[in-house]
Ligand binder design. Structure first.
Ligand code: AMP
Ligand code: ZN
Length: 114
């Protein structure tokens, strides 16, 4: 999709610090990390947010979750623990309208979600 930052990253038109890529997903370091590990996992296909995900995206969404778990292990945060977040819409604090999951860890995040 034109004018979408994360589509441009997925298409390698804009550089990112990529930690994982396959035919369906890409993961790269957040440009403004809130913790020692802060990676964004995106579908390569443009989906604006979870609100626009459909039944045929089920396998893709499952693949993203499994990828998050594998990356947590590879990045050394699985055992100590981490948080996986997807912000949705204005009240959810979503800024970039291409679905993405924040994988955050490397420090104690506390029990408050917001
Ligand atoms: P959200 O509020 O969930 O839409 O978060 C968007 C995230 O994208 C923020 O954590 C930003 O720091 C991050 N971000 C914005 N531009 C880039 C970029 N070019 N490369 C990596 N991360 C980015
Ligand atoms: Zn996009």
């Amino acid at each position: 999709m034109d004018d979408c930052l994360f589509c441009s990253i997925a298409d390698r038109k804009i550089p990112a610090n990529v930690v994982y890529e396959d035919d369906q997903v890409m993961a790269f370091h957040d440009i403004n990390p809130v913790a020692p590990v802060h990676v964004l996992i995106i579908p390569k296909k443009h989906i604006s947010s979870l609100n626009e995900a459909e039944g045929h995206d089920q396998e893709l969404l499952g693949h993203i979750l499994l990828t998050a778990g594998k990356l947590a292990a590879e990045l050394g945060i699985a055992e100590a623990g981490y948080r996986l977040i997807t912000n949705t819409g204005p009240n959810g604090g979503q800024v970039i309208f291409h679905l993405h999951f924040h994988l955050i860890g490397g420090r104690h995040l506390g029990s408050k979600i917001a």
